[in-house]
Design a binder for this molecule. Structure first.
Ligand SMILES: [Zn+2]
Length: 127
């Protein structure tokens, strides 16, 4: 099939899109949006301080600081993905108390609220 005919088919489909009714899930209710000011302030602060950290990384930070930053970043990533996401939100595996405490501390390094908040909001995300 030549590329021009494929383009014509796609164009035809897009042109006929208005002929079909918009599908809405029957359980979907109208969404109510609220500004979470705590998140706005804390995440706004995190982004601003990240910009300052990037400035320092390119201007005055030593290699030791950059390596330390990378280690903290990786620990935080594991804390969120293995802890808050897989362990507590989806209960993908079980962990004994020492590992749970380690993952909780690692999760706090990510600056993404508490693990309890993270789990609640992520469970809402999957509904
Ligand atoms: Zn998930």
């Amino acid at each position: 099939m030549a590329p021009s005919s494929t383009h014509t088919e796609i164009t035809t489909i897009v042109e006929n899109e208005e002929d079909y009714p918009k599908l809405v899930a029957p359980q979907a209710a109208p969404r109510k949006y609220d500004i979470v000011y705590f998140n706005l302030l804390t995440f706004g602060y995190a982004h601003l301080i990240t910009l300052y950290g990037m400035y320092l990384a390119w201007t005055t930070a030593t290699w030791k600081t950059l390596i330390f930053n990378h280690i903290i970043f990786m620990l935080a990533a594991v804390g969120v993905t293995a802890g808050a996401h897989r362990l507590w939100t989806h209960r993908a595996y079980k962990a004994k108390m020492p590992l749970q405490i380690i993952l909780m501390v690692m999760n706090t390094l990510a600056f993404q609220n508490t693990a309890i908040h993270w789990v609640r909001e992520h469970r809402m995300h999957h509904r």
